[in-house]
Design a protein around this ligand. Structure first.
Ligand SMILES: Nc1nc2c(ncn2[C@@H]2O[C@H](COP(=O)(O)OP(=O)(O)O)[C@@H](O)[C@H]2O)c(=O)[nH]1
Ligand SMILES: [Mg+2]
Length: 375
């Protein structure tokens, strides 16, 4: 057929008229389908080549995420053991009964209200459970327990762009929080993790009030393999952090992690100082700080929610790091923080080792929080 189509046009004309109309239509249809397929193949190849990974990403993660969520994270479960032993265990034993009735529902409500998740979040969680469950399913305690897990997960899923330390070079992170919340330790762990990823890290010793604070950061710097920029004791924290950002620019460092002081008894001064730090950093790098993370100590329970509200009022906080979850039954506070502040939790601390600082994942966290023995 194709060979026939290649004969000179005059002959082709007579050839066409001598052909059956159905054969001609068949040939045209065949050619049309062939051309269509070629165009489709060409366009799909072009699309694949030009689509940036960031655009292609949203369609991919779901299955991987589900698969990961199905694997039990034993380290995380161990880290949350105390919190699970608190209000979650009480809910579990209430829901261990065969039948759910109005009295039991009232006990669930009370348990949520007395947990360290804050009254607003407790009321919301209880409301959602009641709404989510058709009456007949209230007969099944396991369904209610799983619904609590699902609703907790939803509360923890604060929308936020994925964290990307390579978004800018140097990527400047300002770490704030009250004394003892775990800032310096968290910076040390983060530095070690970033160095392990092959990045050059500079630490800024912005807590200039105590010589011990600088020494602690220097020790972490030595262990992690990160440079530490420090100033004089009692000096201006802004100047130290400014120098660290400049050094990072000159030396092509990838990440700057800036420590700060957190004296709680002079709240107004502290906030003023931190705002100055942010202004001065901008003089060295107009787009910095790229992240401002508030470190909160989970053992302080609902106090952490109040602290977060104060900081958020005074400055832009782009992420929360909740530490010491391993040492407290008050870890439910994370639900209150996410719900009331709508700031994403970026990392959680579940111990003192470098690997105990973990990226936060709402699904994994909810699963570990509501894990039950033998399931
Ligand atoms: N168990 C436990 N202890 C932690 C965690 N994070 C920090 N710490 C401890 O909390 C204490 C105060 O930490 P530090 O980093 O000095 O707090 P900063 O004053 O905010 O810099 C130290 O003894 C840390 O070892 C954690 O996730 N789990
Ligand atoms: Mg410190």
């Amino acid at each position: 057929m194709l060979a026939e189509a290649a004969v000179p046009s005059e002959q082709a004309g007579t050839l066409l008229t001598s052909m059956e109309p159905s054969v001609i239509i068949g040939v045209f249809l065949f050619l049309a389908v062939l051309i269509g397929l070629l165009v489709w193949f060409f366009l799909s190849q072009k699309n694949r080549a030009t689509k940036r990974p960031a655009e292609a990403a949203p369609s991919r993660p779901e299955p991987a995420r589900e698969a990961r969520a199905r694997l039990r994270d034993h380290a995380l479960e161990a880290g949350l053991e105390k919190t699970r032993g608190g209000f979650i265990a009480r809910l579990g034993s209430l829901l261990g009964r065969k039948q759910i009735d109005a009295q039991l529902l009232a006990q669930i409500e009370e348990t949520l209200l007395t947990a360290d998740i804050g009254p607003k979040t407790a009321a919301l969680l209880f409301q959602r459970i009641k709404e989510a469950l058709p009456q007949k399913e209230l007969d099944d305690p396991e369904t209610v327990f799983r619904a609590l897990e699902q609703e907790s997960r939803r509360l923890l899923e604060v929308p936020a762009p994925p964290l990307d330390f390579t978004r800018h070079r140097p990527f400047v992170v300002l770490v704030v929080g009250v004394n003892g919340s775990g800032k310096t330790t968290t910076i040390g762990k983060l530095a070690a993790q970033q160095v392990q990823l092959g990045r050059k890290v500079i630490l800024a010793a912005g807590d200039t009030f105590r010589a011990a604070a600088v020494e602690q950061l220097e020790e972490w710097g030595r262990r992690a393999g990160a440079q530490v920029v420090k100033g004089k004791e009692g000096g201006d924290p802004s100047a130290v952090i400014f120098d660290a950002v400049r050094r990072a620019q000159q030396e092509g460092a990838d990440v700057v992690l800036a420590d700060t002081a957190g004296r709680l008894h002079v709240k107004a001064q502290l906030m003023e100082e931190l705002q100055k730090v942010r202004r001065v950093i901008r003089k060295a790098e107009p787009t910095a700080p790229h992240e401002t993370w508030l470190v909160l100590d989970a053992t302080t329970g609902q106090n952490a929610i109040a602290q977060a509200a104060t900081f958020k009022e005074m400055m832009e906080i782009t992420g929360i790091i909740l530490t010491k979850l391993d040492g407290t039954a008050k870890g439910g506070v994370i639900l209150g923080i996410c719900n009331e502040l709508q700031v994403p939790v970026r990392f959680i601390g579940i111990g003192e080792k470098v690997t105990d600082l973990r990226p936060f994942d709402a699904a994994e966290f909810a699963q570990a929080l509501y894990a039950r023995e033998g399931r």
